[in-house]
Design a protein around this ligand. Structure first.
Ligand code: 5CA
Length: 447
């Protein structure tokens, strides 16, 4: 993409309404624009990152054997009356009447709708296990929408639902989700710690939230610092293996890590004092096992091996896709701007032309651009007629992990400059070597 032809409305001034750094940088980098309280338009740069996060979530869910689909945002109230949640959900649910005076709602989550789909089409234990998921907009009329996309009213969520014959099978689905979430967050450059949590209006006994540690997080968390040493890394796992998934769950949940809702001071005191941490975190996902809560209420049954009709065991599993943009920026920035992890960056690298209009500099930039594009990479070429300082400031703000700087002086010696946004380190090297280095970095992280 050439910046001169792109739409990236960068703001010079820090918007007064933004209280936390991720919100400030998302506004300043022209990624989002508020449409109403807690409701945002995704401008082109923000949309690119949102799509990258979605892509990682899709890839990891499908790797775990979960099936993608899409349900609507608007739902009929009838199903919610059946489950009993229409009254229970309270003022967070946006209720709407259509022209026939029918009760509708903008879905805050989809347990009822998916249970209805399941009961309409599945009747035998032979069709199980099954996990369906979608990535769709949700609406919750939050009392205090704030911090930009972090606590929105309209927000993008991946929500998945497992259907199993037995509790053991459903717990395997729970563990599978835990593993796939660990992988997903790590690919986004994040450490998200599973913590024992409270199930709230979704219901159920077993639930973990995934928290990214950040001072601006809305949840207070208590944990054993040893847990931050754990990495899922590039190990391969057989998602069908109960033992392998169980082993990962045990590894990642055996140390003390709880949100304030489930915090137990006596248990926490058993952690050696030097390892006890009280901090804040951003909740980027939650997994639930709730058994037959919805299937029993709504008649989602299957015939088991003995011919008996039994309600299926279910769980639901959510990732805060749009919130993740905020969480990633909170975890990865400096005083100049965002520092995107390679896995989610909106463009793979920036090209800065220090002397726009200079025949050689223009040609060198264009050939770098063409070569990177031919390799399947997407550079952002700052081809504006601007001062170098302004171009650098924009690149630093929008946070592309790599920048290639091209100027007449370097070109005389056959070199360009390659700079890491994270470390600030620069090296001079021939254009072909800069391309090879960037290609190798992205080749290595490709799934
Ligand atoms: N049905 C279940 C799981 S699919 C569910 O709704 N879970 S949830 O309530 O925990 O939401 C899943 C994730 O969505 C949360 O972990 C959080 O990351 C994100 N989320 C929840 N509310 C908001 C909000 N107001 N703004 C942005 N993201 C949110």
């Amino acid at each position: 993409m050439r910046l001169s032809r792109y739409f990236m409305p960068v703001l010079r001034e820090t918007p007064a309404e933004a209280q936390i750094v991720s919100h400030r940088y998302m506004l300043r980098a022209g990624m989002i624009k508020q449409a109403a309280a807690g409701i945002y338009s995704w401008l082109p740069l923000g949309y690119r990152v949102l799509r990258n996060i979605e892509r990682i979530v899709h890839e990891e869910q499908q790797r775990a054997g979960h099936i993608p689909m899409l349900m609507p945002t608007l739902q009929s109230a009838d199903l919610w009356k059946e489950s009993g949640r229409y009254d229970a959900y309270g003022p967070e649910m946006l209720r709407i009447k259509d022209r026939q005076d029918r009760d509708m709602l903008y879905g805050p989550t989809n347990e009822e709708m998916i249970t209805d789909i399941f009961r309409s089409h599945v009747g035998s234990y032979k069709d199980l296990p099954m996990t369906l998921y979608h990535i769709q907009w949700k609406f919750r009329d939050e009392m205090r929408p704030r911090f930009g996309v972090m606590r929105g009213r309209e927000f993008l969520m991946k929500d998945g639902y497992n259907f199993d014959l037995t509790k053991e099978d459903a717990l395997h689905a729970y563990n599978r989700h835990l593993v796939s979430y660990l992988r997903s967050y790590e690919r986004m450059g994040l450490q998200a710690i599973p913590m024992r949590a409270d199930s709230g209006p979704i219901g159920g006994d077993d639930t973990h939230e995934f928290l990214v540690l950040a001072d601006t997080g809305e949840s207070e968390v208590f944990y054993d610092s040893d847990i931050t040493e754990l990495k899922f890394g590039d190990r391969t796992i057989d998602y069908d293996s109960v033992e392998q998934c169980q082993a990962v769950l045990e590894e990642f949940t055996s140390r003390y890590a709880r949100t304030d809702e489930t915090h137990d001071a006596a248990l926490f005191n058993e952690v050696p004092e030097a390892r006890r941490r009280v901090a804040r975190g951003i909740e980027v996902g939650q997994i639930f096992y709730f058994g037959t809560k919805y299937s029993a209420a709504m008649g989602a049954t299957v015939v088991d091996e003995t011919g008996a009709k039994v309600p299926v065991h279910m769980g639901s599993h959510g990732i805060g896709v749009s919130r993740l943009l905020g969480a990633i920026i909170e975890a990865s920035h400096d005083d100049k701007g965002i520092i995107w992890p390679e896995g989610v960056t909106p463009f793979h690298c920036g090209i800065v032309n220090l002397r726009q209009g200079d025949t050689e500099a223009d040609a060198a930039c264009q050939s770098l651009y063409d070569a990177l594009t031919a390799l399947g990479l997407e550079p952002l070429y700052d081809d504006r007629d601007e001062r170098a300082g302004a171009k650098f400031a924009t690149m630093d703000l929008i946070g592309l992990p790599w920048r290639i700087t091209v100027g007449p002086r370097g070109l005389k010696n056959g070199v360009v400059e390659l700079t890491s946004r994270r470390t600030g380190d620069s090296e001079e090297l021939p254009p072909a070597a800069a391309i090879a280095k960037i290609a190798a970095i992205y080749g290595a992280i490709a799934a």
